[in-house]
Structures are given as C-alpha cells and as structure tokens.
Design a protein around this ligand. Sequence first.
Ligand SMILES: [Zn+2]
Length: 636
Amino acid sequence: SPPVLFSTPMSPRNANYAIQVTLDAGKHTLRGEERIRWRNITDTPATDAWFHLYLNAFANDHTVFMTESRGQLRGDAFDKEHWGYCQVRTIALVGADGARIPLVQLFPREDHTVMRVVLPAPVPPGGEAVFEVAFEDQLPRVFARAGFAGTFNMAGQWFPKLGVFQGAKGWNCHEYHANTEFFSDFGVYDVSITVPADYVVGATGVLWQEVRHGAEKTLSFHAEDVHDFAWAAQPDFVDRTETYMGVQIRVLMQPGNRASIPRYFAAVKEDLKDYAEWIWKYPYPEITVVDPPMNGMGAGGMEYPTFITAGASPFLGKRILIPEVTVVHEFGHQYWYGMEADNEFERAWLDEGINSYYEARIMDKWYGSEKSFVDDLWGWNLGEEAQERMAYLSLPDMDPIVLDAWKYFSSRSYDAITYDKSALVLKTLENQLGRKKMDEVMRAFFMQVKFTHPDTRDFVRIVSQAAGQDLAPVLDPMLYGTGTVDFRVALVRNVPQSPPEGYDLAGSAPVLYSKGKDKKQERKGPPKAPFKESYDSTVVVERRGSLVLPVEVAIEFSDGTTRTERWNGEGRYTTWTFSGPKVVRVVADPKDLVPLDLNRLNNGWVDEGDGAVARCMTTRFRVLYQSLVAMLFNIL
Ligand SMILES: [Zn+2]
C-alpha cells in the first residue's frame, strides 16, 4: 500500500483522486478510470458538481481557448493536424450501498472544458460524494503545456477534475481560457500509470511501486496535500537524482541537453535553501524537473505540485540564464500556487506576481543583480529587475493587477501586469519596509494562508497586520488601479548671490548702493565685503501620473556635499530652496527604490559646467543598450 507522507494532513484533503491510466504511446491517447472522493467543506448543501475537462480546449478552433489565443500561446503555435480532447465515457455516483447511479453530462458553458452533473440528492455540509469516471484523452501535439512531441508525452490537466465549491457562490469552475491557469482543492492522489516498459516516467508525488507485465509496466505514485497531478513519459530521458536538504531532486533531461543538468540541480538547490530561510522549509519529500524537447517547448516553464517543467537548449549559451530563471521560477510555484493555492483564473498575481518577486531575489542573490538574466552577452548584462521593468513598461497601464485573467486587454498586458508589475509592486513594498520587515510580512502571509485559497484582501490584511501599519493606502492603488508614476526633475535654478544694488533701507536714511558702469565711480556706503561665491538655488521635482509614492532626491553641491531630501509624493510637485554652494547635480530616486517609475531618463539633472554630463550620457547609453536587449528577447 502507498506510504504515508504526512501523518498530520497539511490541507483539508477534500478532493481525493485515485486514477488508473494507460498511455497508448503510438496514438498518444490516455485511457483512464478515476474515483473521486469529495467532501463538502462549506456550510451550503451541494446540489450539483462541476468538472474541468481541460484538454477539450484543444478539441477544435471554436473553443474559448483557441478563439482567445488564435492558436498562439507563449511563442508556440498550435498544430491543427493534432487536436486533443478529454472525453468522459461514463460518470456515476457511488451510493452508500455501493450502487452506481449514472449521471448525465451537461455542458453549461461556452465549450466542453466544463462539465456539470446534477446530483440525485444534495451533499450536505460535511457530507461526501464519490464519483467514478471513465475517460479517454487524446493528447494534442504540445502547444499549451500539455501534449506530445515525438516520443515525449506531457500529461498536464489530463483527467476530469472537480472545480472548487464555494458554498452559496456555487462552483468556481471556469472554462479553460488562453490566459488562465487553474484552481482546485487539496487532496490525496494515488495514480497508477501504465506505459511501454522502456519509458521513463516522472510524476507528481513519490513512486512507491513499479510492476512489469509483458511489454508494459505500471508505476504507482502517491501524493498528499496537493491539488493537481501531472506526469511526463519519454523513453530516452536522462534520469538523474540528487538529495539536498532531505529532498530528492530528480531531473529528467533531454539527451541533447545533458550539459545543462548541473544548472538545473544548482537552481533547485538555491531555491530550496532560500525558501527554507525566507518562507518555510519545502515540506514534500521530492521535486521532479522535466526538460521538454525543443519541438515540445510549449510544455516547458510550467508548474505542477512537486513537478515542474523547465527549458534548456544546446543553443542557449551559459550567458543567458533562461534555464536557471525557469527552474527558479517554476520551483517557486511550489509555494505560490502549490501550497498557497490561490484562484489562478481570477487572481493570478498572487502566484505569478509574488513568485516573480522571489524569482528576482533568488536570481540576484546567486548570480548578481546586474547580470541575473543576461551575463556578459557580447558585453551586455541584464538583471532580473531591469528585465521586469522592460516588460512592465511595454504596457504599464491598460489593466490593473486585480483582474480575472481572461479579461486582460491582451496576453502581453496580462504578462506585463500579472508578473512584472506585481513583482515591482512587491519590490516597492520591500523598499519601503526594508528587507527584514518584508521577510517577516511575507512569511506571515504564507504561513497564514498555506493550504487555503487566499484572495487579494487576505494579502493586504495579513501584511498590514504583520507590518504593524495599514498598508492598504500604499498597496490598494497599485493592486486595484492602473495609475502610474514618473518622477522628473522639473526645474533646477542657481541664481548667483551678489552685493546688493539699489537702496539699503536698514539704516536711519536710505543709502544707495551702486555698482554703476563706470568702474572709477566711488562706491557709496560701506566698503564691499569679501564676497564668497554663493547661490540661491531652487530644485523642483515633479510626480507625473496618478500613483502617489514617496521618493528620495539626492542633491549634490559644488563643494562636494550631498543632501538627501524625502518627499511623500503628495501634490504634483515639490520645491526645495538652498542658499550656499551651487547645485550641480540632482537625482530623483538615486537608489532605484521606485522600480515602477515609468521613465528614469528624466530623473537626473546635471549642471552643464560640470564634467558629470559625460557620466549622464554613459548611463543613458547603458539604458538604451538594455532596451535593445530586452526588445531582442521580446521578438525572440
Ligand atoms: Zn509562473
């Protein structure tokens, strides 16, 4: 019998799956039978049950997914020679006496990615329903995450799967949209996979039994406290395992990418270490990393519980850190998606945004913040934050962060906002709270919401509690609004101070001071005091856009001193005046603490009499080069 992984359940375990599935490696079909044990953990009786049949997104070109994506996703194009589907052959409710009550399949939504059955009797709060489902999948050619490519088979979103019952709100069970990912309840999974005997299989959970029968073999996997189950099979995976911090790391690599195996292991270890320190020790006994083939890259860069897909290529040199970034990102989803289990259809920032924030932190820590994305490619470097800024700037204000994923203006907007703006918002929060406090509030958030389904309100509430201040005024405009911010040095004026001219009224009678044109003319009044070069200076910094954020401004003077002024960002602009040495340089946000700033080229002002102009140009060219690199990546 399967092992017990956690003697005390970490999650409610109210959606449990036992599945037997057989891969027909020639036809790329899966024939399966599943038994779903579901418990109603709400206080409302359930009169029906809703299921996702995700693979039906690829059944034809009229599905919601194909209509929205127009057959293009994440740089991959759909192959119309190889459609896919998930067909429920039979579904029955298992009665208390063991009798099977056949259920009628209904399709209430726009396509067949959502199936509904009406229950013969309501399932009361705390009550259970057991479903038996026989199904058949045709895997499409790899396009969006799942499918086959040659002998590579990626089974993701492959079995009929319950939506999430939300009590009075009913079932949360959306169609499979082009921009959306998934949402499910936690449970125990026991999955037996039958494949040709020469296939190597990686899957969610631990492998506890392998039985050979004729030309086939059956592998039994067991997982606890997860909300999905994925697996991949291919005969010639290079199969490597290492153990680190008590976790078995398994890498299933394409033979041609052997050289990148150490890069995958290193990235997983960095993640395990940093997450243990910052958030929580990874609780599962294993993590599997699958490397898809070049012609199946649509399956790459994807997260499932204790199972991730990455992406390497012999053509990607060591200078472009895509393999590392991908593994660091997808592993991070074990926390932000896996254990956090937010509704990815509706609030994707809670997984993608938080995860991207940590991705940048981990990459910066291990590879250096200036080169954590591109490391010396023909002399060019690109850091993660710079890369996130480029992506954010490409479409910064069409949509807010808190939005149903399918409602975004475009997939580009979805990416720019959900991943990049969200990560930069968290970076902004970190810059305001300090790294130590940030770690405390994020740990508090994770520990309070793990194995639940948190929403944005939970995030703001918990981080406010942990920070000891109401962060809603800071966070809400960034999360719910589309406002932007651009700090700009609007004006710098240095007016030389000079001896007074005109009447001096300080004495009993007016005294005329006159410099006159005629140098021979005697000066009236007191003799000229030795006059030190001095200026009355004015500095005006403007905040463009409707997002109000505080900013620091560094003001450098001709005597070499620098003052740092702080502005809370309220009002359209603020003015500082100084009397003394000349202002020679002004930089708004000198430490880059406002990564959402739309334009950093207008953050600086340099006195033209100063050699610093050259420095300014250097900065400008660096930014331009980085933009070019970013554009290149967007085109590729
Ligand atoms: Zn992600």
